[in-house]
Every structure is written in C-alpha cells, then in structure tokens.
Design a protein around this ligand. Structure first.
Ligand SMILES: Nc1ncnc2c1ncn2[C@@H]1O[C@H](COP(=O)(O)OP(=O)(O)OP(=O)(O)O)[C@@H](O)[C@H]1O
Length: 269
C-alpha cells in the first residue's frame, strides 16, 4: 500500500481578494502554510483577520484569487465544481458551530448521511466505534431537537468522521456549547487525532479550545503572525490580546500597518 502523503493540506502563496478597486478587501495576503497529517491545528485571530476565508478556501468552498491549495497532493485550485463536490464528499469532513444536522432525520441517519449521499455502505465497525466512543449509542434513534447541544455536536463529529476523511475542518465547534460539553467535544477531537490519526483544522476564538491543539496559528490582517507548537491557553490569550490591541490602534490611526514578524517563541515584538 502506498504511504500516505505526510502533508494533508498545503497553501502556497494563497491570495483572496473580495471586491475590486477601492472596495477591495485583502482577506488573505500570500499565505504559505502546511498542515501535517495526524495533527490538530487551531487557527485564531481577531475578528475579520481572515480565519474563515482561509478555512473556506482550503476546503474548496470558496475560490482563491491566486495561489495554490494542495489537498493530499492534488491542486484543488484547478478543479471544476464537480471535482470539488466529490473531493468534499470523500476527503473532507466539516463540523460547524451550529451543528447543521438535518432536523427530520435521526442521529443515526445524520451520521450516515455523507455515505448515503455518496451511495456507499457504512463500515459498521467504524460506525460502532465512533458511536460508542462519542457516547451516542442510546441516542441513535433521536432527532436533533431531542438532543442536547453537546450531543448534537457529537453527532456532527461522528458525521464528519464517518467517511474517514483526509482532513476535518471545524469552524468554532464549541461556540454554542457550555464549558462541560466543550471540554467533551475538544477531548474527543484530540483523541481522534491521537488514536485515529485524524487531521483536524479548527477555527476558534477560545484560547482554552486552542490549548487542546498540537499547534496554533494566529492570523492578523490576512497573514500568519504567529505559529505556536503545543499552545497553552495563557500564551494564546496573550497573543490574541496583542493582535486585538494592534488592530484597534491601526483602526484609530487609520493606518494599514503590517503585523509584526513572528519570533521563534511565537510572540511578536
Ligand atoms: N463575501 C465577502 N465579501 C466581501 N468581503 C468579505 C466576504 N467575506 C469576508 N469578507 C471580508 O474579508 C475579511 C476576512 O473575513 P473572515 O470572515 O475570513 O474573517 P474571520 O477572521 O473569520 O472573522 P470572524 O472571527 O469575525 O469570523 C473581513 O474584512 C471580511 O469583512
């Protein structure tokens, strides 16, 4: 069997500009970043810094203005809509803040939905493992409105993992959860990376959530300004406060000052 590519996702000189002329918004400014397979990465940064744009372009949900995105070594910026739909179906799992479960279907049907849409049979052992690990066995026959927020998000996680995707993108997965449910969800995401070799890229505003990741990237004004291994919550809070202060200052002064360079310890100076 061929050895899988050690890089799950890579962005090369990635640029995204919304609009044109005076109204142009430079959401991504020449971003270069690689995401290793089997790692949990958090993406943080002030509001409007480009986190969602990065995630949406990496996942092929939004097109890049220029640059390249390699997913499992294949350049998705050259793919047509049909190829992108297939790529998303087979290689990418999504977890959203608002769970995005289908209300008329049971938890089991929701979990199996990606396979149902692809006309594929589930790997029953994998399904059972996910359901048991996520503590959903007793809830499989319930519809989303009969489940707590934490349970709904655990169903969404099982749905994201059921097709064994190359990468899972999680957009504020704990944004609608209380601290206990958040800790459960984050612990499971961490376990799925450690024990199942999953690759996860998570956008979060929460420094505690980022501390569950192996690596945290901080975004400011469409650029990566810090890249931290084994982030702690305190370290990420400090970095975020620093970037918020800089963004507020720039706004007050009306300047477009580039973010400071990244130092080895992840802190800007
Ligand atoms: N469809 C769009 N049209 C025009 N501008 C957009 C569009 N989507 C995003 N932007 C702009 O691009 C920049 C980056 O937005 P993005 O949503 O990626 O930031 P973010 O870091 O995810 O913010 P938040 O934390 O508030 O979700 C912002 O200035 C935003 O206003």
């Amino acid at each position: 069997m061929a050895t899988p590519n050690p890089i799950a996702v890579e962005a090369v000189d990635l640029v995204k500009v919304y609009g044109a002329g005076e109204n142009a918004v430079h959401a991504l400014r020449n971003v270069n970043v690689t995401f290793e397979r089997g790692k949990f990465t958090a993406i943080m940064g002030p509001s409007g810094s480009g986190k969602s744009t990065l995630m949406h372009t990496l996942a092929g949900l939004d097109s890049a203005t220029s640059g390249h995105i390699l997913l499992d070594g294949a350049d998705i910026t050259t793919m047509n809509d049909k190829q992108l739909t297939l790529l998303r179906r087979h290689k990418i799992g999504f977890i959203f803040q608002s769970f995005n479960l289908l209300p008329m279907f049971t938890a089991e049907q929701n979990i199996l939905m990606p396979l149902t849409l692809a006309g594929q049979k589930p790997d029953r052992k994998w399904f059972d493992m996910l359901v048991d690990t996520l503590g959903l066995r007793e809830r499989l026959g319930h519809r989303p409105n009969e489940l707590s927020g934490g349970q709904q998000q655990r169903v969404a996680i099982a749905r994201a993992l059921i097709s064994k995707p190359s990468v899972v993108f999680a957009d504020e997965p704990t944004g609608n959860l209380d601290s206990v449910s958040s800790a459960e969800v984050l612990s499971f995401l961490k376990r799925s990376v450690k024990e199942l070799g999953q690759t996860i890229i998570m956008v979060t505003h929460d420094a505690v959530a980022a501390s569950y990741a192996d690596r945290a990237i901080v975004f400011a004004d469409g650029q990566i300004v810090a890249d931290v291994d084994h982030p702690s919550a305190d370290q990420m809070s400090e970095l975020l406060m620093q970037e918020r202060r800089r963004a507020t200052l720039n706004l007050a002064e009306g300047v477009s000052q580039p973010p400071a360079a990244v130092m080895d310890d992840g802190l800007n100076r």
